[in-house]
Write a protein that binds this ligand. Structure first.
Ligand code: HEM
Length: 405
């Protein structure tokens, strides 16, 4: 089987694990119970790491590999790094799922997380071998964004390295350093690798124009310069003050503005029919997310950033409504359209779930009686969201708009 297809299939299967696990987790907010021998905190780690490593990570790698031939003019070459990537991927993701679920953050899960990092380096090597024949200034617009995304995937390793240095070498003497490492990793992975990579996928599939070239270069440069400093905003509620705090707020707001700039241009693209509803949903979510990047300018933001429900709502706006919808649109364009009902279920459920969580963040403390009903809505909405996502990724393909790109 072609490497891209193998990665896309694997990522779709991991989505079928991640989403039911998410629904199970949401049920615990409605009926407080103990999940057999597991701790809820460990299951949350298993859910989030499998979603990042298996679903989003392998899915974006598969999309990029399936689009590279139309950007380089030749098929992706077989190579040892690619063979190792495919061989190790099921063990790396499966191992992380099991060890995080059982032990949470501990030796075995950290070892499997490190194995996933090996996969990212292997992917970066494969990508570089495909594109190195052409000077960077001649790369077409989608490749510029994909290249920046791959670079940020590699740079995200700086975050995990900082965590290891802070814990193993400095013996947790500087808690802010540990937090800085965590957020550096999370932002470079989600806002950098996944979001910027998806923008490259959109341009590749929607037929970019010569005038998109400069815009893509500016966006790639903005992402490379701003995403890492913007990650430090998350330390402000935990005590970061002074010029670094202001620099991080400015970096986040500027990156939000760059993303709005991408959306303004994307409105003129001819999206493949099969991907259109998914990418419209992802586009609206990106607009909301980009506007939220300006919130840290408000002093009250620090309180919101420490409150669990708004944080989880924001995360799922980013990872479910924006990134997963973007990936599902890419899958539809590359492998064939999914049922329109899969989209309707996913979109309605996901929007309702994120809205209920956001409402919980702002209402539950002031009016405690709203807490349980809002958690119930978030749980009930998660069921169609998960069913629609799994159906779209794994269900039968075909229908109007398939392979229209
Ligand atoms: C139907 C879809 C989903 C449901 C019902 C769901 C549910 C949940 C729940 C209940 C939590 C824990 C919330 C808390 O601790 O307050 C959570 C956390 C999280 N989820 Fe999801 N999720 C879904 C999809 C996704 C997807 C697609 C991704 C990534 C691509 C994702 C990434 C995360 C992350 C990063 C966290 C935070 C983990 C942490 O703070 O340690 N989720 N999710």
């Amino acid at each position: 089987m072609h490497a891209a297809e193998a990665l896309l299939r694997a990522s779709a299967r991991w989505l079928a694990v991640v989403l039911p696990l998410g629904v199970l987790l949401r049920s615990a907010f409605v009926w407080l119970y103990t999940p057999g021998p597991f701790y809820w905190g460990n299951l949350i780690h298993a859910h989030s790491h499998t979603a990042y490593f298996g679903w989003a990570g392998l899915g974006l790698m598969g999309l990029i590999l399936s689009l590279l031939p139309r950007l380089t003019g030749r098929p992706v070459a077989g190579s040892r790094p690619l063979a190792w990537l495919l061989r190790l991927a099921p063990w790396a993701v499966g191992g992380a799922l099991v060890t995080f679920a059982w032990w949470g953050y501990a030796g075995p899960s950290i070892a499997f997380a490190a194995l996933n990092e090996v996969l990212w380096v292997l992917f970066a090597v494969v990508f570089w071998r495909e594109v190195r024949g052409r000077p960077v200034r001649e790369w077409p617009a989608p490749l510029v964004l994909m290249g920046a995304a791959v670079l940020m995937l590699v740079l995200s390793l700086s975050g995990t390295t900082l965590v290891i240095v802070s814990e193993a070498v400095l013996d947790s003497a500087f808690p802010l350093l540990y937090q800085a490492g965590v957020y550096l990793f999370l932002e470079l992975y989600a806002d950098g690798w996944v979001q910027v990579g998806l923008m490259g996928v959109v341009l590749a599939l929607a037929g970019w124009r010569p005038e998109d070239q400069q815009a893509a270069q500016r966006l790639a440069a903005a992402a490379l310069l701003l995403v890492a400093p913007a990650a430090l905003r998350m330390l402000i509620p935990r005590g970061l003050v002074g010029p670094l705090a202001w620099l991080s707020i400015a970096a986040g707001a500027l990156f939000g503005a760059a993303q709005l700039g991408f959306l303004a241009r994307a409105r003129r693209l001819r999206l493949p029919e099969a991907a259109r509803p998914w990418w419209h949903l992802a586009g609206v979510s990106l607009a909301v997310k980009a506007v939220l990047e300006f919130l840290p300018l408000l002093p009250v933001w620090s309180d919101w950033a420490l409150s669990r429900s708004p944080v989880i709502a924001y995360l799922h706006l980013k990872l479910l409504l924006l990134s997963s919808s973007g990936l599902l649109g890419g899958l539809a364009a590359v492998r064939g359209a999914a049922s329109p009902w899969a989209f309707r279920l996913f979109a309605t459920g996901s929007v309702l779930m994120v809205a209920a969580l956001a409402a919980h963040g702002f209402l539950a403390e002031a009016i405690p009686a709203t807490s349980w009903p809002l958690y119930l809505v978030a749980f009930l909405a998660a069921i169609p969201a998960a069913a629609g996502g799994i159906w779209a990724a794994n269900g039968p393909r075909g229908g109007p708009g398939s392979r229209s790109a």
